[in-house]
Write a protein that binds this ligand. Sequence first.
Ligand code: NAI
Length: 446
Amino acid sequence: MTDKYTQLVSHGLGRDVAKRLGLPQPVELRRYQPGSPLVTGPVLVTGDSPGADDIATTLLGWGLDVRRNALPKEKLGAIIVVLDAVQHPGDLAKPVLTAGTSLRDLGTNARVVTISRTSQSAQTPAGAAARQGIDGLVRSLAKELRAGSTANGILLDDDLATTSPSALGALRFFLSGRSAYVDGQFLTVSSTLGTLPSDPDKPLAGKVAVVTGAARGIGAAIARTLHRDGATIVAVDIPAAGDHLAAVANEVRGTALQFDISRDDAGHRIIEHAVERHGRLDIVVHNAGITRDRLLANMDESRWQSVIAVNIAAQLSINEVLLTSEHFKDAPRIVSVASTSGIAGNRGQTNYGASKGGVIGMVRSTALLMEPFNGTINAVAPGFIETEMTARMPFAIREAARRLNSLKQGGQPRDVAETISFLASDAAGGISGQVLRVCGQQLVGA
Ligand code: NAI
């Protein structure tokens, strides 16, 4: 799907005209390519806690060009603001304002990442205020950054080091082009589980992944991305999408499995196929979804029921089977596709909003059930993504939806896929029950 406006204002005359008229000027986002550098310039680490020193040392170990003090006029690739030891809102000033003086030196598509602690685990009101203040700070800063740069945060539970495996996994994700369309968001790390991959370009090597709704759109991008990252793919879709499904499965050298995920035996079929054809099952991505939009006043039962059946009831019943299977016990991963409509709501989508809000509730609750075998479950909530589904929107609504986010453009299916690949990896072993929005910091609603 093409965004002609972005193409027009990215170069030459179009860019000059857009600038003069004060029109939105989206830039081409830095997206991950295997072998591409983690960041595109020196990294400034602010904060004076031991946790900040540990982060600086780790980044040096990764071969990055690290600064503890900015050099005048040097273009930076990223600023990491380490706030793990703040006890009072007054403690924010020094590290935050130090970062602030370097913001004008950020290059294009740069990153600001905060590392702090969850406010729920604070021991005092002042501590909770400082920690929760970082939430408002990051979301505001994300709205100030320009030229494809993003601001995101990592939240650590109290007993975790800034260098715990999934904190570093999340840091690599936020710094890299994998998080191109993730902006103004937080990931919480709640355990020491997780390991960084020996080959950062093959984080899913040896894993077998099932992707539902893989015949097109976001699902096809997930299949391609997980395959690129080393996984063997089982691509699932309805029989009516059989030709496209076969094409995707062939392209990723995986296998195709045709059935409707709302069938009663869906969970058993997934496990049987994965184990018989590929010997194991490590990752299930619940991506298949449908819309049947109507205002609630005009909603008929079949529209309501079909959306609930495919978008959430099918996931619940497949998970029930997965959770009791002996083949899904080796630190397995489930990643579900929710939607910003399930968080902020969307006119005409009460059924869809209920189903996607349902995905978020399901993920939070199922995380506890995955714990005994070191499994994780998370959701990704896309905003406006350029797919066949959104290409069918009326022009004016589509154009508004594209621009109403901090990055002034729609996301690509692969942006959702990159986030899913990270959450499915060993590096995210300490992250569970979370919902990560891939929406360019959509400006509408909650
Ligand atoms: P799409 O309509 O292009 O693709 C969905 C795929 O799921 C299709 O191949 C379809 O055949 C398959 N599918 C539908 N019902 C199925 C069933 N019962 N059993 C097996 N497969 C089934 O949709 P798109 O845009 O790729 O969306 C993928 C997911 O992302 C969905 O869950 C959607 O709700 C979600 N999403 C998409 C957004 C966007 O902007 N495109 C925004 C937010 C969420």
